[in-house]
Design a protein around this ligand. Structure first.
Ligand code: AMO
Length: 439
């Protein structure tokens, strides 16, 4: 008999089906044994009665997380209602045959059958292979997959070509100190902090490129929004008239992404009590303007022209109040705090760059890039870097490069914020932080 998926059982009422999956939980009521079976498509309640002697014998030894195979009759449940804490809804299985495929070697260190698992972050991550089996925790990654999927879909629709760029580099892309140095045969190399140089090269070839790729940051701090390895959703587009074009495009992307999650992840959003506001026109505010709003409305004064995590939270609160928007662009960051490749504004103290904030946190950075070879060399020098270290990057601009710009968008922060997760690490299957290289 072919395997039936749990989600397909409502179409098989009155028939015998074969199911395979994990025992989510087993409950005994008098002589009856109830098992909630879990497979990739859902969960279903099964009943084993003593009359089915062989199946009953097997069921008596079955515990949570056993992998089993059953054959049984699909029956309409009385009232057709979903029983709280159990499974599928309208149907259940009256088991005829049961066999154990695989069983845990050890006593389970925790129970993953609960709807809300009350464990601390360390336990959640230390026992990741197990905790990820929990329905609610697993559902985070359904939303994650939808975010990635939607990104690829909209980028393709907008005629961006998907590229993959190297992650082992001979120089640090973003500068600063947060790069990992590695031993590369006889040389030293760097792990890519972003695909910046290569996506710009891509824009000089394909006009429009995007990448979904792993990047590495040697951030030494513990925060709820930093990890040392994350998946960046990058884009670069040529023939722009200014960095407004880049923001227009990113706005389209965020709108599509939020609509897709809303449409395809209803159950997952409900589990987290999450609500996504429709994305309208995203307000664009100069950083200097944002700083005066912070000072006037929140009594917060920054020492420099820059914004910190608290300021970002406040500005998002302000945008929600004044624009009914969970998103806000901050624009025109000072050149001193932006990478050397950023295009200067008419007032060269500032740059044609932006950050996109979402529900209190920065999720993307981007802007227009310098495309003139000589201007780029002088910007490298102005940032106290050595043009000799950027020989191959500079080659991109030697042979005709159109005006271009793009963004880097942190995929995990989007999911963290949509679902209201306490830490970004909850939105990563196997996260890496300063102390964590396992599991
Ligand atoms: P930036 O360094 O601002 O820009 O990074 C872009 C976005 O990546 C995410 N991000 C992180 N997520 C988790 N952990 C981290 N340690 C971390 N660091 C960054 C954030 C951030 O907004 N090349 C430029 C982008 C560009 O201009 O195209 C860049 O990498 O969501």
């Amino acid at each position: 008999m072919e395997r039936t998926l749990i989600s397909e059982t409502p179409q098989s009422v009155g028939q015998i089906v074969k199911l395979k999956g994990w025992v989510n939980i087993r409950r005994d009521h008098g002589k009856l044994i109830f098992i909630d079976l879990r497979d990739r498509s859902g969960m279903i309640q099964m009943v084993i009665i003593p009359d089915k002697e062989e199946a009953y014998k097997v069921a008596k030894d079955v515990r949570n997380e056993f992998v089993i195979e059953v054959e049984g009759l699909v029956k309409q449940r009385p009232g057709g209602a979903t029983k709280e804490g159990s499974a599928t809804g309208g149907v259940e299985i009256e088991v005829e045959k049961m066999a154990v495929i695989s069983q845990p070697e050890d006593v389970l260190p925790l129970d993953v059958s609960e709807n809300d698992m009350n464990v601390n972050l360390d336990t959640l991550l230390n026992l990741r292979h197990l905790t990820l089996r929990n329905k609610k925790i697993k559902s985070i990654f359904k939303v994650y997959a939808e975010v990635i999927n939607a990104y690829a879909k909209i980028m393709n629709r907008e005629e961006f070509t998907e590229i993959k760029t190297p992650k082992i580099l001979n120089s640090a892309t973003e500068g600063g100190a947060n790069f990992f140095k590695i031993k590369y045969f006889e040389k030293e190399a760097f792990l890519a902090q972003s695909p910046q140089f290569y996506k710009q090269a891509g824009a000089g070839i394909f006009e429009r490129v995007f990448e979904i790729g792993t990047v590495f940051r040697a951030e030494p701090h513990f925060t709820t929004r930093h990890v040392n390895e994350y998946t960046s959703l990058d884009a670069e587009m040529a023939f722009i008239d200014g960095f407004e074009d880049v923001m227009d495009e990113l706005e389209k992307v965020m709108k599509f992404m939020m609509e897709s999650v809303n449409e395809h992840c209803r159950e997952e959003l409900a589990m987290f009590g999450a609500e996504i506001l429709p994305v309208k026109s995203i307000p664009r505010i100069k950083l200097t303007e944002a700083l005066s709003i912070l000072e006037k409305e929140y009594g917060k004064k920054m020492e420099e022209v820059d914004i910190d995590a608290e300021g970002e939270r406040m500005i998002c609160e302000w945008a929600r109040k004044n624009y009914d928007s969970d998103f806000v662009f901050l624009t025109h960051y000072p050149s001193a705090i932006r990478p050397f490749y950023s295009m200067p504004s008419a007032d060269p103290q500032y740059t044609e760059t932006f950050d996109l904030l979402f529900m209190g946190v920065e999720i993307a950075s981007g802007g227009q890039r310098i495309h003139d070879y000589n201007q780029l060399i002088s910007s490298i020098k102005k940032h106290k870097l050595n043009p000799d270290d950027f020989e191959h990057y500079l080659d991109i601009f030697k042979y005709g490069m159109p005006p271009h710009g793009g963004w880097g968008l942190g995929s995990e922060r989007i999911v963290q914020k949509i679902l209201g997760l306490g830490s970004i690490k909850e939105a990563i299957l196997f996260p890496r932080d300063v102390k964590r290289l396992t599991p």
